[in-house]
Design a protein around this ligand. Structure first.
Ligand code: IPE
Ligand code: MG
Length: 211
């Protein structure tokens, strides 16, 4: 979900207002994906590298998580989606960690749809975590069983907004054969119309998986 900061700067607003607007776009998109019967959607909200931004921005992002997590989980559950946080949440204070655990627990029985929100997520971090668990495991299971996304299918589509054309440490293992889409739209402006256009294009692509 890239481009929140530039969306705000363009309007002479503080960056954190851009992030707040980004949450609205996230919920809009989650709803649109639900309508399209997409069972798994992931939003990259806060990376392991985003922690290196100015303290005021990081604090602002963490405040937004604290403020909005309950209502996000609530709204998602309204249409049968379960909130699942991926990433190393031990970085957050115990209050926010508890909040994350609680919102996940409160929707854990929902099985129709899963919405992953990546918080303090890094693809390399995830692989190191998975490798450690894999090594310590007594039973023979594939590495992907130890990723944060264990049990979920690999993504069919990746959309990066905000004009940059890179993965920025997102789902490095899972994206091996994912169809990539790059959009110049700043994330807060991302619309259902654009999502639908991406999905139309997706159906016109020929996926061969190396065959
Ligand atoms: C993406 O928007 C959201 C986060 C990384 C939290 P940015 O904050 O990267 O916005 P730009 O790239 O500065 O416009
Ligand atoms: Mg950015």
């Amino acid at each position: 979900m890239d481009g929140n900061g530039r969306w705000a700067s363009k309007r002479h607003l503080p960056r954190n207002l851009g992030h707040k607007e980004g949450i609205k776009a996230m919920m809009r998109t989650a709803k649109a994906c639900n309508k399209l019967a997409i069972p798994y959607v992931s939003f990259y909200a806060f990376s392991t590298e985003n922690k290196n931004r100015d303290k005021s921005e990081v604090d602002g992002l963490i405040s937004l998580m604290r403020e909005h997590l309950d209502s996000i989980a609530d709204d998602l559950s309204q249409f049968g989606a379960r909130l699942n946080v991926i990433g190393d949440i031990s970085y957050f204070d115990s209050d926010l960690q508890n909040k994350i655990t609680n919102v996940q627990r409160s929707t854990q029985n929902i099985e129709d749809r899963v919405v992953n929100i990546a918080l303090n997520y890094g693809g390399r971090d995830e692989l190191i975590y998975a490798a450690q668990q894999y090594k310590g495991s007594k039973i023979d299971r594939p590495l992907c069983d130890f990723l944060y996304t264990a049990g979920q299918p690999d993504p069919d589509i990746l959309v990066r907004t905000g004009g940059e054309k890179r993965l920025s440490n997102f789902m490095l293992y899972q994206l091996a054969y994912t169809e990539l889409f790059f959009s110049d739209t700043f994330w807060p402006d991302f619309s259902d119309k654009e999502l639908n256009a991406i999905i139309d294009e997706y159906y016109n692509r020929d996926r061969r998986f190396g065959k």
